[in-house]
Design a protein. Structure first.
Length: 108
């Protein structure tokens, strides 16, 4: 499931160095919305003392983890049963000291 391109990895790594921001990207994986596939880490990106991790677990939940010294680890989860089937999706991650937010949907 971990198939993000090196350039996207680098862009996310640079973006999360800031204490707040938004990053949007397209993700293409036939496994992401396939209930017959096991979950897995989509990416885990450290940047200084910050870490972003995006994973699909075996319970068909998309989990976004953001860890930093100032906010500890926060998790946002989305039940993928509620998402329309698509091979490519748009993922938007927004973070700040006050909260994390994510948007997720088919890239129509």
């Amino acid at each position: 499931m971990n198939n993000i391109q090196p350039e996207l990895f680098r862009q996310i790594n640079e973006a999360i160095r800031l204490p707040e921001g938004t990053f949007a990207f397209k993700y293409n994986s036939p496994d992401l919305l396939d209930k017959n596939k096991k979950g897995g880490i989509i990416f885990e990106i450290p940047s200084g003392q910050h870490v972003f991790r995006l994973e699909r677990d075996n319970n068909f939940m998309l989990n976004i983890y953001h860890s930093s010294p100032g906010t500890a680890t926060r998790i946002a989860s989305l039940n993928l049963d509620q998402v329309k089937q698509a091979d490519e999706v748009q993922i938007v991650l927004t973070w700040s000291p006050q909260r994390n937010q994510s948007l997720f949907g088919p890239n129509d």
